[in-house]
Design a protein around this ligand. Structure first.
Ligand SMILES: [Zn+2]
Length: 496
């Protein structure tokens, strides 16, 4: 007789259904796999045999044939172990085959029979929920704990293969074990902690309101990193859809976010990060930092130090809001709708333009440093702001500008105006004609914009960038039309 078990394999962020058919007959003791298993799946036989043995369950005594369908789908990873082990037990009538067929099963086996957490548990649980022939999913207990709030389907979390067997035999549900970890404390670093830098704080507020990317240029110690870390606190908490997207990304790499955490993600990869680390890739085509920052903030400090080809790929992500990675004929797309905050020194030594410290860079070196960031990438960064050194007397004075709660409330109001006017989008997504249509300009504003465009020789892209940012400034001021002061502020967000 042939035993059927539902399981799945992860492709990108999606789980694809896999049906395993298992039969055992008398003969030489061996396992044979058919249906495009990767090496890791083929190795499952050793884990299964040892795990069943350790657990005191009967090991297969004959010739086991495992057929994985659909045959042309590549099956990855160790998550098939538990399904195959239970299937083998069903061929020996240790678990009832009819009950086994009604559950999606996934989990990696340790040699002791313990069930290890898997990548993609959330996507697999959702796959089970979408299949009406299935009652739910039997998954590693630890995986269930991380994904529970995101799925409606019935989850049975198991720590050990014997718990799965008992559940299938008599319906005994395993003790869920330790409670989920407590909700992480909502410590949000406050904008008020940053002394001085009123212009940069204002720029950060504008960026948060319109979803614009930001470039901060200033000497070491000016507070660029402190400011960047305060941007997530200015953004609204993740809604249900965004929290689910972030959970799917975390689950796909086996590093789930806390299910109750609604703070926008913040990622700050080092400039030595590889292309695969930043954009996704690797042997199993996993998402990278741009996707871990999805719906949140990606902070790139020392921007010119990142490899040029990495930055060019980043520019594509900024345009498409997704990362496309390919390897050996396979292509995966990962969401990457992050807000970029980049920081750099004005020159390699860091002190060009400093009021008291001399720049020691030779001019050629300084030019090469600036040129590492292509014009095309700069064009994608709407808000660019120069920071001076911190004035020591600012440390004694009261903080300039709003504290985080006040600023965040201001951002919410400005975003509501944009969403209502722009069909649900933020100003960052406006381009060309729709930007002009959505931005009635006062006469003074139009004159100032034209004069600035002539004086600064603004390109068409730069012109639109000014208009886009001015639209956000007007939204912060709760103005329907754009005034001259909004244009002046937006023109100021250019680093020369
Ligand atoms: Zn210098």
């Amino acid at each position: 007789m042939v035993i059927e078990v539902s399981t799945g394999t992860l492709h990108g962020l999606d789980a694809r259904a896999v049906r395993a058919e298992i039969s055992q007959r008398r003969g030489i003791k061996r396992f044979t796999y058919i249906g495009l298993p990767t090496a890791v799946v083929r190795e499952s036989k050793d884990r299964i045999v040892r795990a069943l043995d350790s657990a005191g369950l009967p090991c297969p005594g004959g010739d086991v044939l495992i057929s994985l369908a659909p045959a042309d789908l590549r099956k990855e990873g160790g998550a098939l172990d538990l399904a195959l082990a239970l299937g083998v037990l069903a061929t020996q009538r240790v678990v009832p085959p009819a009950r086994l067929r009604r559950w999606l099963v996934a989990g990696e086996l340790a040699l002791t029979g313990a069930v290890r957490p898997i990548r993609g548990g959330l996507a697999l649980a959702r796959l089970a929920g979408a299949d009406e022939r299935l009652e739910g999913a039997i998954l590693p207990a630890e995986t269930c704990r991380d994904i529970g709030p995101f799925v409606q389907t019935d989850l049975v979390g198991v720590h050990h293969v014997t718990e799965a067997v008992r559940f299938l035999v008599d319906g005994t549900r395993p003790d869920p074990g330790e409670a989920p970890p407590p909700t992480p404390p909502a410590i949000v670093p406050d904008l008020a902690d940053v002394r001085g830098q009123a212009v940069a704080k204002r720029a950060l507020l504008v960026a948060a309101a319109g979803g614009h990317s930001v470039l901060m240029v200033g000497p070491p110690g000016a507070g660029k990193s402190m400011l960047a870390r305060r941007l997530p606190g200015l953004l609204p908490p993740l809604d249900d859809a965004a929290a689910l997207e972030c959970a799917l990304i975390g689950s796909a790499v086996g590093r789930p976010r806390h299910p109750a955490d609604r703070r926008p993600p913040f990622r700050a990869p080092h400039h030595t990060v590889s292309r695969a680390g930043l954009l996704g890739g690797g042997a199993v085509l996993a998402p990278g930092e741009v996707s871990f920052a999805h719906r949140g903030v990606l902070f790139l400090d020392e921007l010119p130090e990142f490899a040029r080809h990495v930055l060019e790929s980043l520019r594509e992500c900024l345009e498409t809001r997704e990362s496309v990675v390919a390897r050996a004929g396979r292509v995966e797309r990962f969401p990457a709708a992050f807000q970029l905050v980049a920081a750099m020194n004005p020159c390699p030594c860091g002190f060009a333009g400093h009021p008291t410290r001399p720049c020691v860079c030779d001019p050629g070196h300084r030019d090469r440093y600036a040129r590492r960031i292509s014009g095309a990438l700069r064009d994608r960064i709407d808000v660019q702001v120069g920071l001076g050194p911190v004035d020591p007397t600012a440390l004694e004075r009261a903080p300039a500008g709003p504290a985080t709660p006040e600023a965040a409330a201001h951002v919410v109001r400005a975003r509501e105006r944009q969403v209502a006017r722009n069909d649900g989008r933020l100003n960052r997504s406006l381009a060309g004609r729709e930007l002009l249509d959505g931005a009635p300009l006062d006469t003074d504003a139009l004159e100032l914009l034209r004069a600035s465009a002539r004086k600064l020789a603004l390109s068409a892209r730069a012109y639109h960038r000014v208009l886009r940012v001015a639209r956000t400034v007007a939204d912060l001021e709760e103005n329907d039309s754009i005034g001259a002061s909004a244009i002046a502020e937006a023109v100021g967000y250019r680093v020369r």
